[in-house]
Design a protein around this ligand. Structure first.
Ligand code: MN
Length: 233
């Protein structure tokens, strides 16, 4: 087969303790999965935990991933870029209508990620009932560190999740505070799309989201997973 221009390089994430890399396919994100964050975004107590999870996406090639200090460009068209630290689920197998009790079997590994958000564009979109794509799915909007395979780390379901900006703690929560479990998220998402190996799922952010500026140095972690470091350039 002849291509009219060269195929783009695959988007990959390093795997801790291995020379192999994880090829990224699609990026799904869960909204409002920690009650404290839902509250800070203005959700009412009544809406918490009762509604099914909702999803948005980022292009696979919006990902900035790897070891070391990742360089992330401050995006155009915003004056309010926000950090959201999240645990990232990396699927090693796919499926449709996956039952929650077997959903963990699809997971290759876990990482620490950032769901970067143009909060000003998102606020305008919410107000007008417009899509979130340009608030959530812009270039370099998804950041992720090295993946820890299930074979070595198991399935983290409790433990600290946190983010520091320039050494100051901004976000802090616990995986046990997730409204929808990883298993429930996979099961629900698989009723909407056929999940595939290579898909990433960002599982929502705890409270404390806030603005980022050029030059900020971010450090993020989830207990037991490889840490994430990034600089906003
Ligand atoms: Mn998020």
């Amino acid at each position: 087969m002849q291509f009219v221009f060269p195929l783009p390089s695959p988007v990959v994430l390093p795997v801790a303790g291995s020379d192999a890399v994880f090829p990224v396919r699609r990026i799904f994100c869960v909204g409002r999965n920690y009650a404290e964050h839902a509250r800070e975004m203005g959700a009412t107590a009544q809406a918490e935990g009762l509604e099914p999870p909702f999803f948005f996406t980022k292009p696979g090639d919006a990902l900035v991933g790897g070891d070391g200090v990742l360089s992330v460009s401050y995006p155009p068209a915003t004056a309010n870029l926000h950090h959201e630290v999240e645990m990232v689920v990396a699927l090693g197998a796919g499926g449709v209508d996956v039952a929650a009790d077997v959903a963990a079997g699809l997971v290759f590994g876990y990482g620490v990620g950032l769901d970067l958000t143009r909060r000003d564009i998102q606020a305008r979109a919410k107000e007008k009932g417009h899509p979130w794509d340009m608030a959530k799915g812009f270039d370099q909007s998804a950041v992720c560190g090295a993946l820890a395979p299930v074979a070595t780390v198991g399935h983290p379901r409790a433990g600290a999740i946190w983010l520091k900006v320039n050494g100051e703690l901004r976000q802090q929560g616990d995986l046990a505070q997730m409204g929808w479990s990883v298993e429930d998220i996979i099961a629900n998402l698989s009723t909407l799309v056929r999940l595939q190996a290579g898909d990433l799922i960002y599982t929502g952010t705890p409270a404390g989201v806030g603005p980022l500026y050029r030059g900020d140095l971010l450090e993020a972690g989830v207990d037991g997973l490889p840490g994430l470091r990034a600089r906003i350039d």
